[in-house]
Design a protein around this ligand. Structure first.
Ligand SMILES: [Zn+2]
Length: 72
């Protein structure tokens, strides 16, 4: 419960990472395998910031969440 599961995935270009909350309440973080190691780390940190700020359980607009996650 509330685990973070990191996987590399062949995501489309321009998509750095995607996080999906599953039925167990776990955060499944998919990082684009086409990124460099450094970019993968940055994408993972970005998703962690969304999780930390509970953006997956808010009605806030996506744009505001993205702004907050970028300013960590
Ligand atoms: Zn984001």
């Amino acid at each position: 419960m509330e685990s973070k599961i990191l996987r590399l995935a062949p995501l489309p270009p321009r998509v750095n990472a995607v996080t999906v909350v599953d039925g167990n309440g776990d955060f499944n973080i998919y990082v684009n395998e086409h990124l460099s190691l450094e970019a993968r780390r940055a994408a993972y940190d970005h998703e962690l910031e969304h999780i930390r700020r509970e953006h997956f359980f808010t009605d806030k607009p996506v744009e505001e969440c993205e702004r907050e996650a970028k300013n960590n």
